[in-house]
Design a protein around this ligand. Structure first.
Ligand SMILES: Nc1ncnc2c1ncn2[C@@H]1O[C@H](COP(=O)(O)OP(=O)(O)OP(=O)(O)O)[C@@H](O)[C@H]1O
Ligand SMILES: [Mg+2]
Length: 311
């Protein structure tokens, strides 16, 4: 092998380790002998996390409870999980997890602190970044969000799953996060207003060209029949009017065990693992720890895409 070939091989191998890694490109463009090509083929591409954004449009439907329960569930299944509270204004994941550490998130938003310093280990073992509980931060400008996201790019490859709990409404942070997620999970209550708010966000995303990865979980239903009916109508409307296939994950019933766990600063799935609401939750997410698509061979990470505006 000539020194030129060695240099180009090193450059290609290095490229394969970055976010733009593409195993196929490396092999196709190499001009080295077969033995070296084989070696390159065996280099695993850099992995990236599956990104799951949990949203709803409407407030108070159970996004934070479901985000925390999902983080707990996936961590129990041996996934490396980062839960991020993307609610800048009324973030409360820390309260729900019972974590009392003082993480000065405002320093992070100002750029005086590195993202890794904001990651805290929850008492359950998975990691999380708390949100902001201060209404002055409720409408963060784009450049601050971008700074936060570029910081997150650095830690993206350390996790299997990044779960983003959004605030209510359709703020640009919510829309951008949902757009660029692998899983766009909408929590819907069996009420017309909840249904309508979720539908409006999906419609908006459809108009922007996004049609994949939509899932719904019906929460606080009185019974299975009402939950299934709500889901069926929602899915049919999305299919007919927006030409979008929405995946129905399952439903949770109205259950005092959830608010009881909140009072104690605990995740309901951890505090009451055998309660009916926990069993329904596990049923809804059964197998979710095994993503169908291997995200490791994707060319671009979620956070990079979010930052650069690419899909
Ligand atoms: N299945 C359930 N049964 C009973 N209460 C529930 C259930 N799910 C959530 N709740 C209660 O609903 C309230 C709102 O829950 P949560 O904070 O998770 O909603 P949210 O969508 O994150 O709200 P926000 O939009 O304000 O961020 C809490 O008091 C919680 O205990
Ligand atoms: Mg919330």
């Amino acid at each position: 092998m000539t020194s030129d070939q060695a240099t180009s091989l090193r450059a290609l191998a290095a490229k394969g380790q970055g976010n733009n890694s593409d195993k196929t490109t490396v092999v196709k463009t190499s001009v080295v002998d077969n033995k070296k090509i084989k070696t390159l083929k065996n280099v695993p591409p850099k992995s990236r996390a599956r990104v799951i954004t949990i949203t709803s449009g409407k407030g108070g439907v159970g996004k934070t409870n479901c985000s925390a329960a999902l983080a707990y569930y996936l961590f129990q299944k041996k996934r490396k999980v980062l839960l991020m509270d993307f609610d800048f204004g009324m973030g409360n994941t820390d309260l729900l997890l019972g974590n009392k550490e003082k993480t000065n998130i405002t320093k992070l938003l100002k750029g005086d602190k590195d993202i890794s310093e904001a990651i805290v280990k929850s008492r359950y073992g998975f990691e999380f970044i708390k949100g902001v509980r201060d209404v002055r931060f409720a409408d963060l400008p784009h450049h601050i969000i971008n700074r936060l996201i570029s910081g997150l790019q650095k830690v993206e490859s350390s996790y299997d799953d990044i779960i983003i709990d959004t605030g209510a409404g359709a703020h640009h942070v919510v829309i951008q996060s949902v757009m660029k997620s692998d899983v766009k999970l909408f929590i819907i209550k069996p009420e017309k207003s909840s249904w309508e708010d979720a539908y409006q966000i999906i419609k908006h995303l459809r108009q922007k060209g996004y049609s994949k990865g939509f899932q719904i979980l019906i929460n606080m239903a009185k019974n299975k029949h009402i939950a299934d009916l709500t889901a069926k109508n929602f899915m049919l409307t999305c299919e007919k009017s927006l030409k979008i296939q929405v995946d129905y994950k399952g439903y949770l019933l109205q259950d005092d065990k959830v608010s009881d766990s909140n009072q104690c600063g605990e995740v309901f799935l951890a505090k009451y693992p055998n309660s009916s609401v926990s069993l329904l939750f596990q049923n809804a997410f059964d197998g979710f720890e095994k993503p169908k698509k291997d995200l490791r061979i994707k060319n671009i990470g979620y956070l990079e895409a979010l930052f650069t505006g690419l899909n």
